[in-house]
Design a protein around this ligand. Structure first.
Ligand SMILES: [Ca+2]
Ligand SMILES: [Ca+2]
Length: 113
């Protein structure tokens, strides 16, 4: 990982880590703030399941899996998952882009989707 300097430029690698997180077949990875703390969290998706590793302070960025869940609405080969707030309630929602449909699952107050 290379943090941008105050001019928005990149120089050298600031941080590396050996990990087996999100290295399995058909897994894709992305970084987005899943818990709303302002830090980009590590999101792993493969057909039918999501894993989330919350970013901690700079000295403890990714400490391992925080939670995972089955997401059968985003399980077809090639489905692409994003987490973003689609309805403006400050909670991240699941957005799955499939071959012919966009499937949005809003995050509810009880933690379900
Ligand atoms: Ca976060
Ligand atoms: Ca939302």
């Amino acid at each position: 990982m290379d943090y941008a300097n105050t001019l928005g430029r990149f120089a050298t690698t600031d941080w590396t880590s050996s990990t087996s997180f999100c290295t399995h077949s058909d897994a894709t990875t992305r970084f987005t703030d899943a818990n709303g703390d302002g830090r980009a969290d590590w999101i792993c998706h493969d057909p039918g399941r999501i894993w989330v590793d919350y970013a901690g302070p700079v000295s403890q960025l990714f400490q391992g899996l925080n939670w995972h869940r089955d997401i059968p609405f985003c399980a077809a080969p090639g489905d692409q998952l994003e987490l973003m707030d689609m309805n403006g309630d400050s909670r991240q929602d699941f957005v799955c882009k499939g071959r012919s449909a966009l499937n949005v699952r809003y995050s509810l107050l009880d933690g379900t989707y």
